[in-house]
Design a protein around this ligand. Structure first.
Ligand code: TYD
Length: 141
């Protein structure tokens, strides 16, 4: 599978009506995991780069519910950039994928759904360490 196939763009339905839009995201239905954690990032500006980590255990879905940002995704070999610019689209990020979020618009609110509770030790924050672990995993098959 290509990196893009492993990190699909998700499109969420709209249950809205003349009163406005309503988007519902149910764990293990609209996203491919049970949701154990929700956090959101705002007041980051265009100069900031966030993320810069991979997770050994957590899966994520990133949604710009307001404004826009970009996320650069790599597995150490392939790379692509996703534009998060619609409140009804998200990107699924499985385990062991390196991600950088940047180019935040002033009104950006980046909502993140995660499959785990927070545990610092499952984060890899050093890119060289990430590449080493990826190589070791590949060698193990
Ligand atoms: P960080 O991982 O740098 O945020 P991002 O990936 O969004 O750029 O997190 C910033 C700080 O917040 C860091 O000290 C860890 C802490 N944190 C938690 O305690 N719980 C969480 O769920 C998250 C995402 C971060």
């Amino acid at each position: 599978m290509t990196l893009r196939e492993r990190c699909p763009i998700l499109r969420f339905g709209d249950l809205g009506d003349e009163r406005g839009k309503l988007v519902v995201i149910e764990g293990a239905q609209a996203v491919p995991f049970e949701i154990r954690r929700v956090f959101y990032i705002y007041d980051s500006d265009a100069t900031v780069v966030r993320g810069q980590h991979a997770n050994r255990e957590s899966e994520f879905v990133l949604i710009n519910v307001a404004g826009q940002s970009k996320v650069r995704i790599t597995d150490g070999t392939e790379e692509f950039i996703a534009d998060l610019d619609q409140p009804r689209m998200g990107i699924y990020i499985p385990r062991m994928i390196w991600k950088d979020m940047y180019a935040f618009s002033p009104d950006s609110v980046l909502l993140v759904l995660a499959s785990t509770h927070y545990r610092d030790s499952e984060y890899i924050r050093d890119y060289q360490e990430y590449l080493r672990e990826m190589k070791a995993r590949k060698a193990e098959g």
